[in-house]
Write a protein of this length. Sequence first.
Length: 195
Amino acid sequence: MSNGFHPGQGGPFAPPGFEPKDPGPGNYVDQHPTRYGWREDIEELVRLIYRRFGGPDEQEMNTYVKHPPNKDENGLSIWLGFETQHLSLDAWGPRGRGDPLPLERHRDIYKFLFNLAGAPDWWWAISRGDMWQRNRDVDLIPQWEGHLREPPEGPPDSDPNHDRHMHLTLLAMEDQLVLRPHYTIRKGVERLRRM
């Protein structure tokens, strides 16, 4: 960008002039305002996406308050006991939430992430009407395999089918260590920085 803002090269994830808002009444974005904070290895994954796909002129990566909300947990972003706001990210068009991610970019990012070897690993992803979710055994222990299912319902103004944006939630560290017992956030950050 002409103003030097490029999260893929380091520095802040929030675009210039971003002011965090408190949740309030109104539409989905008002109730769940945009944020730009993730676990450190997920931050590095976001930087990698920016580096690989043209930077902030091509897409914006963000999360939001209570991302995603779980109606069974009073709207908090708690799934199977894990808080997911800092594990979840959305890819939108370059103007952020509500700006459609072009179809080709949508497909390219999804394919890149789906084929990216190594941790951090996915818990679930939603793209273009399909949700890929990691399988869990009867004790809810994560497995390597996953399955496709219908995305959950949501308010129409949230783009619940994920036709205009892509969603990804990564594993909490407790689950990540089940799949990769020697994984550390530091190792993940270093590996992603080399890509």
